[in-house]
Design a protein around this ligand. Structure first.
Ligand code: HMG
Ligand code: MG
Length: 310
């Protein structure tokens, strides 16, 4: 069955940028290989941002040299400016992902520039991307609220979507960076954005701080969104957005859609194996994903029963 939704895996980037420890480059490459092996076809693998700002992803250039590149898997990386684009081009990835916040203060904290200046500096990068045949994804962050300013007007989000579309964004991902959004808000936001950009080119990127990310995925689907960003095991967070929890867990989104009869093309068991490997062998900390934890619990109970019987 052809997938009815696209899951855009951001764990290697949004997840690992926020870990307290730096994950070794070969473990990052292995993670991407396992995610692709589980059936994920769109994966954000790293960031070409300043290594001073995000030391966890300072090995982006080295990672690109050892990254598995399976057929049919389209990989992106964050690119904030021209210096990042040079590194991105050397890495030979097909999709550059720009990011800008809908609130001025978060933008300044995140990229050291106001929104207008950040967009202007990106313009030549967007032009080069078009000439180079590189696809452009663009995140609009803080769409449901800002950690510094509070409420963010829908008009600010729509205005940015229009500007990014004009700059040449092929796809726009609406980021609830601090996970404060709720289903009614998501429905209203998507309806407003749909006037500026066809929904086939719009994704939702939902963090789970308030436990509403999965409800927001459902709400987004009901109003026509078909691409959802998610991170293995519920990894994720923005170091410049205090208090933000991880992304909606990829396993939770797969489970939600598959149980509704909507194919995702992703193998849930392979994701659970990958999350268990990452938790046990790499991060050495408990991952929060709900479906992951429930499936692990089920496996452990089954193994205990088998042991008791033998
Ligand atoms: P800056 O310090 O203002 O940079 O940082 P600058 O242009 O003034 O340059 C200063 C130095 O940095 C120079 O080196 C540059 O060459 C170097 P020096 O001359 O001093 O030796 N530099 C770079 N080096 C490598 N790669 C680069 C680069 N750029 C400059 N790309 C900058 C400005 C934008 C670079 C910085 O603020 C930055 O890297 N910010 C990124 C922060 C970040 O990654 N945040 C998390 C990702 S966004 C997110 O998580 C949200 C999202 O998930 C969606 C959602 O949830 O809403 C996407
Ligand atoms: Mg994020």
């Amino acid at each position: 069955m052809a997938p009815g939704v696209v899951l855009y895996e951001v764990g290697p980037r949004d997840g690992l940028q926020n870990e307290p420890e730096v994950v070794p480059t070969d473990a990052k490459a292995a993670l991407v290989g396992r995610l692709a092996g589980a059936g994920l076809t769109r994966i954000e693998v790293t960031s070409f941002v300043s290594p001073k700002w995000i030391p966890q992803l300072a090995d982006a250039d080295a990672l690109a040299r050892v990254l598995p590149r399976p057929d049919g898997v389209v990989m992106s990386a964050l690119v904030p400016n021209e210096a990042g684009y040079e590194r991105f081009r050397a890495a030979g990835l097909p999709v550059a992902a720009f990011f800008v916040s809908a609130s001025e203060t978060h933008n300044r904290k995140n990229v050291n520039r106001g929104i207008a200046e950040h967009l202007e500096r990106f313009r030549p990068v967007a032009e080069r991307a078009r000439a180079d045949g590189v696809r452009l994804r663009a995140y609009v962050s803080t769409v449901c609220g800002c950690p510094y300013e509070g409420a963010v007007p829908v008009a600010a989000v729509v205005g940015l979507v229009e500007r990014l579309e004009k700059l040449g964004a092929d796809e726009i991902s609406l980021g609830d960076t601090i996970g404060v959004g709720h289903p009614r808000q998501v429905r209203e936001l998507v309806a407003a954005v749909a006037d500026a950009m066809p929904l086939e080119r719009v994704a939702l990127h939902l963090h789970d701080t308030w436990g509403r990310a999965l409800a927001n995925v459902q709400a987004g689907f009901e109003v026509g969104v078909r691409t959802f960003d998610a991170a293995l095991g519920g990894l994720g967070g923005c170091p410049y957005a205090p208090g933000a929890a991880g992304n909606v867990a990829t396993e939770d989104v797969v489970d939600l859609f598959e149980r509704a009869g909507i194919a995702t093309g992703v193998d849930l068991d392979a994701l659970v194996d990958t999350a268990a490997w990452l938790e046990r062998d790499v991060l050495k900390r408990r991952l929060p994903g709900r479906v992951y934890r429930a499936r692990l619990g089920e496996r452990e109970r089954r193994a205990r029963r088998r042991e008791e019987r033998s």
